[in-house]
Design a binder for this molecule. Sequence first.
Ligand SMILES: Nc1ncnc2c1ncn2[C@@H]1O[C@H](COP(=O)(O)OP(=O)(O)O)[C@@H](O)[C@H]1O
Ligand SMILES: [Mg+2]
Length: 282
Amino acid sequence: MNKMTPILDPDREFINKWEMYKLLTLHSLKNIEIPETRLFTKDSLASMLTDYPLVYIKSIATWGGKDISTVHKNGSFFEWTIQGKEALTFKNFEETYKQIDQFYHDKITIIQRGIPAIRYNGRPFDIRSHLYREMDGSWIYAGDLIRIGGEGSLVSNIGISNGSVKPTDELIALLFPNQNHHFTKDILKNVSLEICKMLDKFHFFTEVGLDFALDQNGNLWIIEVNTDDLKGCPDLELFSLLPDQSVYERIMNQKAKIYDNWIQFMIHSFDDYLKEKAKEQD
Ligand SMILES: Nc1ncnc2c1ncn2[C@@H]1O[C@H](COP(=O)(O)OP(=O)(O)O)[C@@H](O)[C@H]1O
Ligand SMILES: [Mg+2]
């Protein structure tokens, strides 16, 4: 592992959305679809809108669903919608590009194909899985849940959209009443673990939260990989919003134990250091 790999942002120590996309595509991860993503330029916007009827536009370093927008090609019209705002319709591509470019002018931005994701009650949802690192360095799968965006939202981040959370099993049963889908918890777990192990080659993260969409066959599509960084970490409080509090309590208890063990470890290491010093002075 090389801590100084250039993909890591030097100020925040995180891997931005564009670098993360490149990492994900470089490693042949199984059982996961990765939506095509490009850096935002006039040419890439034109070409993505030729290939896909819907694209998502987002800055590479924001979070919480902030400043996300979509462009939907509707016949010869382009509909541009910023999260939380009314859609704007443009008659030509030039004007569409100009407006979007102005909005994101000071940020590095990506365009991502709209995932052919299923919705719940007409709302976007995603599966969030959370993993954390044990003292021995291994990854623990803490759990997963479903975040459902509020009415009219483009995103499933619950804060910005006034959304809600549900247990994964409950929503899967509602989405696929005939059980005709490929999704299993094991696939979700294995894919999540594989991504954490892939990240281990680049940086020593301790918390990872993954956002997935589901298509109509129940295949997983990766939307985003969130990690701990110098500014914060993927939100575990989401789990406290589930009807069953036991998942949240278990995670918090396990994490408290790891934290205690670290403190003990540091105290002992310091003790040993003092003893060594004393010996040297004898
Ligand atoms: N390519 C996409 N296709 C479909 N939905 C998307 C796409 N990108 C983002 N979304 C929706 O927007 C939400 C926020 O996007 P994300 O990339 O996770 O940004 P943030 O860092 O702000 O959370 C996702 O959870 C999902 O609901
Ligand atoms: Mg996200």
